[in-house]
Design a protein around this ligand. Sequence first.
Ligand code: ADP
Length: 563
Amino acid sequence: MTEDPPTSPPEPLLRMTLHGDQDVFVLRQRGREVAAAVGMEHQDQVRVATALSEIGRHAIGATVMFTAEVSARPRLVIVVEAGGIGFSPPEGTVAAGRLMDEVHVERDRISLARRLPAQVGPERLAEARHTLAQSQPTTALDELSVQNRQLVTALEEVQAHRDELLTLNAELEETNRGVMALYTQLSEELEQTNQGVVALYAELDERSAQLREANEAKSRFLANVSHELRAPVTAIIGLTRLLLDPRSEPLTADQTHQLGLVQGSAADLLARVNDLLDLAKAESNRIDAAWAPVDLGAVFGQLRGTLRPLAKPGVELEIAEPPPVDLVTDEVLLTQILRNLLTNALKFTDAGSVGMGALVLDGRLHIAVADTGIGIPFAEQRRVFEEFHQVRGAHQAGGTGLGLPYARRLATLLGGGLSMVSEPGEGSTFTLDLPLRPLSQDDTDLPHVPAVLVVDDEAAARLVLREHLTGIAEHVHEAADVRSAYAIATRERPSVIFLDLRMPGGDGGELIAAMAAAPEVAGIPVVVVTAVDVGHVPGAAAVLAKSALTRRIVADVVTLVTA
Ligand code: ADP
């Protein structure tokens, strides 16, 4: 306990002696009066009064002295002197200890202290002394009624606290119910959203399967129709040629003219049917690139010669000499792509020039075909590589809208790409980029493995892979579903498994998971072959797009995953 040095002498505020039981009431009352006079709050007044009455009950005969210390921490100090009677540690001190800040019990004296409000100074004390001198102690009955009132007030306060607590509790419960309701609602919404997402994905899967089927049907249709159309058109051309032959019976000038028109139209028709057929072939990957060293200068020269007549008056065809380059590609396909780009450029350019140039950059060959023609509206630029898409309006100039998609297909087939930039009214530039040589030029470096398992529910897809695998795998096993695939895998232990993902009997991912759990087959590399772009597949050694499958790619992936 620290004692603050008193700044004013502790001159007593009041002094009284407890002569009998009655005086205990007076002590209580005086204690409250003193506390009030020195500026204590109501509650503190009751504390002091109660503490004194607790002690007073066991201290009849004692003298009580009230003093106040005015220092940095002002406090009220009450000293109860037992005088001759002595205390046998009075019971009231325990209760008093709870009510006061300090209680010191000595053999014949008890001192109690309680802090005072900070602002209490000497003036307030002088005032208090004066007030207390004026007031007269009342009777025990008066004090009892005061005490009663205090009790009632305290009870009311307790009741008010309880009411407040009840209200708070009710509010808390209400809030809790609200939070619970919100939580329930949120989880329901989340569940619904989840269900929606699941349904959406299922629908997406279904859609992409439908799309794939539709695409395959379209390719088949294109191939069939163009085959069917080619025969009669070729017949018309042949017959017209016969009729126009000088050795045939002479025709009138009119007839000759009309037949010439028939021949021209038939040739046009044949060209378009051929376009269709080419695209259908490219789409079903029925074009195999014939890789060979290509003299790029000669290709450019040939195009220069054959296409110059197509340039409109006032349009310059400028085909620059390409750099000397050691190029291995398919000359026929390359020429087809470039002819297509140049023909378009010449078709859509009325003034200025159409140019073609080549350069080697980062180990790849870039050939640009640039024109100063009408350009392609921005909104259409993304679409010109779509099949049958033709720019509307001034652009319409015959054609099928198949040239660019076909050219892009061929570019992909050659391991390259085709891109375009165009400024409407200014012109367009199409750029073909190609690898200088295929990943591997010939079949001499094909990998050789004893057995490969091909898993696909479509027989056609299995056949394509089987063909690509000839000369690579000694045995090609086939499975149409996950269950039989697993059986074959454990029995045959193939070196590689080519696996379709979406199959009616179970997803390919299930096979990967089942194999990972079986030590005897866990190490077999699985190459996922899929029609829809699925990105990374966990557990797969590689992922290949069905549309991009070539013998070369199959060979390279086998080399890679069995290395
Ligand atoms: P088409 O047989 O109609 O030429 P393409 O696929 O080759 O089919 O071209 C599609 C469309 O792209 C063309 O109809 C044309 O509107 C536009 N296009 C292609 N090349 C050019 C070009 N160099 N300049 C302007 N428009 C072009």
